[in-house]
Design a protein around this ligand. Structure first.
Ligand code: SAH
Length: 494
């Protein structure tokens, strides 16, 4: 096909969809243009920025037709930051889009039949099995029931954790007493670069996290702390991580440093404790590698506890610095309750919780199961999980550190027979060896919690081909104003 547009052309295009990154998808004479900030249903004028063989990028200039779902982004740094991608879209429309995004992945990648959707086409070109069996007419029922996304009543200030890169530069305009000169700042990377822009408020963060970051920056400036420079590899402070327990109010501050020694450590600690009385744990993580990964391997407690505590649905959790803990605690309760409901427990079942983190889902399940076995790759998280079981007087849960795809096959050899397996893998989805083991263990049900609809769909296809049927999927909005979609699916053995 010849390419109908050139760089710098100004074109008028209809927007037909949103990519998984939140860009509007426009078509110009059959050629696809991605246009940041444009919404489905809009007609926009856009200037072509970049042309590739199959697609191009264009910049939104003006609207000829604006979507009724368009709203003004409330955050003043929305466009520069890139942390949120959908602040220009009405919240209810976002929830509808997230459900549809899950559906589209199930149909296109998983070749799965979804109630109310056209049946998936065998051999469709965009990934997945090419010889999928005919699924019949989905809209006739019998396909997967994908529920409306569970949204938040108050979808702001929902995050319990912030990881903020530190740098040198001009401080944010709003900072009181700010001078123009370059000094210690912290905020976000300007989109498409590693230049740090100072930030003093993030509308999706708990206010306390904003306050912690602001105070740590102030103390750092007063003490003349050096800041890590990616290019030279010199300077001390790399990131500040802060996590707040929504129920307990406890706060952990983690200073990620390029080196062991923190000059004037006593003044650091005194400064933090004085300005932030809710801080119960100050931790140092040492990361001396040239990497984008935030945390290094070594963590040491500088003051206070090794963990902070929080509570979800009446269960108390100890959370250490490097352990995974869901960032939106309100929605996490909705998600976990749904996972437990989908597990269909009566009090006698053996349940495996793979990718269990600090044992959150495991302990929710343990309240209704005979016995729960949790497995997780981060050893500190398993320490937390054991501590959490004890903390809540839960005796029917065991935890083991290791890769799920290694440990669970071993459990199988040892004779553990699960009635239900729950998985909650990272974005890349389940390891194929784990899926194989699940099929070999033949649990009555599989509950799949996923933060990535495309790997969810891929893995559901494998389980379906192995004799399971996906009956329901519940999307839950854990990350309002961003393109991220969490969902929980239930599969039953045919
Ligand atoms: N279910 C937990 C954690 C989910 S996040 C919760 O809801 O809090 C996914 C977890 O999988 C992380 O804790 C990560 O450390 C862990 N993980 C990543 N790869 C793994 C693997 N191969 N085997 C076991 N756990 C793994």
């Amino acid at each position: 096909m010849s390419i109908p547009v050139n760089k710098n052309d100004v074109v008028t295009v209809d927007i037909v969809g949103l990519t998984h990154e939140g860009e509007g998808v426009g078509r110009e004479q059959g050629f696809t243009l991605f246009i940041r900030g444009a919404l489905p249903g809009e007609r926009v004028r856009a200037k072509v920025l970049k042309v590739k063989k199959q697609y191009g990028y264009a910049k939104l200039m003006e609207h000829e037709i604006a979507s009724p779902d368009r709203v003004d982004a409330p955050c003043p740094i929305y466009k520069q930051c890139g942390g949120c991608q959908l602040q220009h879209m009405d919240y209810a429309a976002q929830l509808r889009w997230k459900r549809q995004h899950v559906v589209d992945n199930l149909v296109r990648i998983g070749k799965l039949a979804v109630d109310g959707e056209a049946a998936p086409k065998a051999g469709a070109k965009d990934g997945g099995a090419t010889d999928a069996p005919s699924q019949g007419a989905a809209s006739a029922g019998g396909g997967i029931l994908v529920h409306p996304t569970v949204g938040m009543d108050e979808p702001w200030r929902y995050r319990n954790k912030a990881s903020v890169p530190m740098g040198m530069g001009p401080v944010a305009a709003e900072t009181i007493g700010a001078a123009g000169a370059s000094q210690l700042i912290g905020g976000f990377y300007a989109s498409g670069s590693h230049r740090i822009i100072d930030m003093d408020a993030c509308l999706i963060q708990h206010e306390r996290n904003d306050e912690v970051v602001a105070q740590v920056k102030r103390i750092g400036r007063e003490l003349g702390v050096t800041v890590y420079n990616e290019e030279t590899g010199r300077g001390l402070l790399r990131h500040v991580m802060t996590r707040v327990g929504f129920v307990t109010g406890e706060v952990m501050v983690v200073l990620v440093t390029n080196g062991y020694r923190i000059p004037q450590l006593d003044r650091w600690l005194a400064g933090i404790r004085e300005a932030l009385p809710k801080v119960t744990s100050i931790v140092q993580n040492i990361n001396m590698r040239t990497t984008n990964v935030i945390f290094g391997d070594e963590t040491k407690t500088l003051w206070g506890s090794d963990v902070i505590y929080d509570e979800l649905d009446g269960i108390r959790f100890a959370i250490s610095a490097r352990s995974f803990y869901q960032v939106n605690p309100l929605q996490t309760i909705a998600l976990y309750r749904k996972a437990v409901e989908y597990a269909g427990l009566t009090g006698t079942e053996n349940v495996i919780d793979a990718y269990c983190g600090i044992g959150t889902i495991s302990l929710f399940l343990a309240r209704q199961a005979g016995h729960v076995y949790g497995v997780e790759i981060v050893p500190e998280a398993i320490e937390d999980a054991k501590r959490n079981a004890a903390l809540n007087g839960i005796a029917n849960a065991d935890f083991e550190a290791g890769a799920a795809e290694v440990v669970i096959p071993r459990w199988r050899k040892e004779g553990i027979v699960p009635d239900v397996i729950c998985v909650d893998p990272p974005r890349k989805g389940c390891d194929p060896a784990l899926l194989e083991t699940i099929l070999a263990m033949k649990p009555r049900r599989v509950v799949y919690v996923s933060c990535n609809p495309s790997t969810l769909a891929r893995d559901l296809r494998v389980l379906e081909d192995g004799g399971y049927r996906t009956t329901e999927v519940q999307p839950v909005d854990m990350f309002p104003w961003t393109v991220h979609v969490e969902s929980v699916a239930v599969l039953v053995r045919e």
